[in-house]
Design a binder for this molecule. Structure first.
Ligand code: FES
Ligand code: MG
Length: 569
């Protein structure tokens, strides 16, 4: 393959080819540079990303497969983002990780890439990068952790943390017992075992066509993950020979398939911004409205937390992603292919459900019409999203007075003695991409203790930020434009009546248009917006787009391809 990309570094007898080869040898035989494919393993393993710590082991197994198929595997450590630790939010760095991976793939003698991710932002960032370089690429999702138990009951990562902490606030669980559950929460290697963002994006990577069929959802501790990693190593070598690129695999049909799957799985609202951002890199036409049009009528079939009861290990045992997709096969685009070059739907032949408690049939879904709803109105001119599957049915049509917070710190400072009723609508702003910055997962504000004590377990909440995929509640998210970009969310005042109408797809403040137009943003609110003076944060705030188009940086949308850069010497 003298025409390969890496051969443009390594082929020939001149000084520069000598330099490129010599420094890379380190035990490699001469035929490692004879034109065979060089494959990067973009690895997000990091001790600071606990959900991805095991990916070095996964990488070793990918390498076995690459060697075996005649390629040269090369570890490429990439910026890793741990959801629980990184501040002010891992989302602030998603685009930075994507930009760094894109640039390093293009700058190096690489013919294809295996993408190893797990924790929430890692797979989206890797897919964004691979899309913008458009080199042959395949994902190995790191997989969920095994189910931990506390006093005989299973613990769902994230979801049960929110639940248990609310029980402490409501006085029904002691602080000591709460802390006792801590060491049971994370039972094994792997990412969160609920249908949070990591599980959702791992599964959707497969629905997009970007994994070995049948691999997504394999628990991190299951040997079959390593077997799949090995096979993926062989597969990428074949993909390079076939010239199959992300733009061949991830078509509009693939994204619509992902939207169907997102609804059937009860997946995270964060998938909206991630899928929009990936599509943006590929130049695939996809809008927020596609989620409502294609997904909102799809039933919820998977009984997993946070929408239901079970956890990822149960889903795998019950038949996994393929069993779910087989239930909605008629809604999937039969032309969408996977990294194998074969249609996604073809891999569903023979899929079976082994536990109807976990994977429901279309006739007996967990919930009808479960996909994400997109709302518009004078409070969200560019839209806002809500996940009805995670919301309380009685609040989906609601009118109530706003209680407004200019920051999450403002909320925490006042929550204990607020003048609120169960009908109040909690409005939090300054949490969008620009305002925070990075659009953190703070939208599911905890309920005021006074209401918890009355037995209230849900209220309408509205925010320009995101919500953890493991969270639940009647929470309107991703309000666009955000307050810091001049959105009308910044004009709401405590006491204004808010009208939420999910069936009608509306979100409005009940005040005359002239009155709203005449209002000015308060100085207290604007003072709470982030104003970074330098570095990535400054670049981010100046160039980030709004949630409704995926919150990518404006200059990162699209692709620069895999053109070989100028010689370095
Ligand atoms: Fe990593 Fe939940 S914290 S997936
Ligand atoms: Mg998260």
């Amino acid at each position: 393959m003298p025409g390969s990309r890496s051969a443009q570094w390594y082929a020939g007898g001149d000084r520069n080819a000598y330099i490129h080869r010599a420094w890379m040898r380190r035990g490699l035989p001469s035929d490692a540079f004879d034109g065979r494919p060089h494959i990067a393993i973009a690895n997000t393993a990091s001790d600071l990303t606990p959900c991805n710590m095991h990916l070095d082991e996964v990488a070793e197994h990918v390498k076995h497969g690459v060697w075996e198929a005649g390629g040269v595997p090369l570890n490429l450590p990439v910026v890793s983002l741990g959801e629980t630790n990184v501040r002010p939010t891992a989302m602030l760095w998603r685009n930075m990780a994507a930009m760094a991976v894109e640039e390093m793939l293009r700058a190096n003698p690489i013919d294809g890439v295996v993408l190893l991710g797990g924790c929430d932002k890692t797979i989206p960032a890797l897919l964004m990068a691979a899309s913008s370089v458009d080199l042959p690429a395949v994902v190995v999702p790191g997989g969920p952790m095994l189910t931990g138990t506390f006093r005989g009951a299973p613990l769902g990562c994230g979801t049960d943390v929110w639940k248990l902490s609310e029980e402490v606030r409501a006085g029904t669980l002691s602080q000591a017992d709460f802390l006792r559950s801590e060491s049971s929460m994370i039972r094994s290697k792997g990412h969160c075992n609920t249908m949070g963002t990591a599980s959702t994006m791992g599964l959707l990577a497969e629905v997009l066509g970007m994994t070995l069929p049948g691999l997504a959802g394999t628990p991190a501790a299951d040997s079959r993950l390593l077997e799949g990693a090995h096979e993926t190593g062989r597969l990428i070598v074949g993909m390079i020979a076939d010239g199959r690129r992300p733009s061949d695999v991830m078509t509009r049909g693939s994204f619509l398939n992902a939207i169907v799957a997102l609804a059937a799985l009860g997946g995270s609202t964060n998938a909206v911004v991630h899928l929009l951002a990936i599509a943006g890199r590929l130049g695939v036409e996809l809008t927020q409205d596609d989620f409502d049009r294609t997904g909102s009528g799809v039933p919820l079939l998977v009984d997993l937390q946070p929408a239901g009861r079970h956890l990822m290990e149960d889903l795998y045992r019950a038949g996994g992603l393929h069993a779910v997709l087989a239930e909605v096969r008629d809604l999937l685009d039969p032309a969408a292919i996977t990294v194998t070059g074969r249609p996604l739907v073809e891999a569903l032949d023979g899929a079976a459900v082994h536990d109807r408690d976990v994977i429901r049939s279309r006739r007996q879904p967990l919930q009808q019409d479960a996909g994400i709803a997109v709302l518009y109105g004078n409070l969200a001119p560019d839209g806002a999203v809500i996940k009805p599957a995670a919301a309380s049915p009685h609040l989906l049509r609601h009118r109530g007075p706003a209680v407004v917070f200019d920051s999450i710190e403002d909320f925490h400072a006042r929550i204990d003695d607020l003048d609120v009723t169960p009908d109040s609508v909690l409005v939090l702003r300054g949490c969008g991409p620009k305002g925070y910055p990075g659009m953190p997962e703070v939208s599911n504000m905890p309920l005021p203790p006074k209401l918890l004590a009355q037995g209230v377990r849900d209220m309408v909440r509205i925010c320009d930020g995101r919500m953890s995929g493991t969270a639940y509640g009647t929470v309107v998210l991703h309000v666009a434009p955000e307050a810091a970009a001049g959105g009308p969310l910044g004009l709401v005042r405590t006491g204004d009546m808010i009208i939420l109408d999910v069936p009608g797809r509306r979100l409005d403040i009940d005040i005359p248009a002239e009155e709203l137009a005449a209002r000015e943003p308060s100085p207290e609110m604007t003072a709470a917006f982030a104003r970074p003076s330098r570095g990535w944060q400054r670049l981010y705030v100046e160039t980030v787009r709004q949630a409704d188009t995926g919150a990518d940086l404006d200059f990162l949308v699209g692709s620069s391809g895999d053109a070989v850069p100028r010689e370095s010497h």
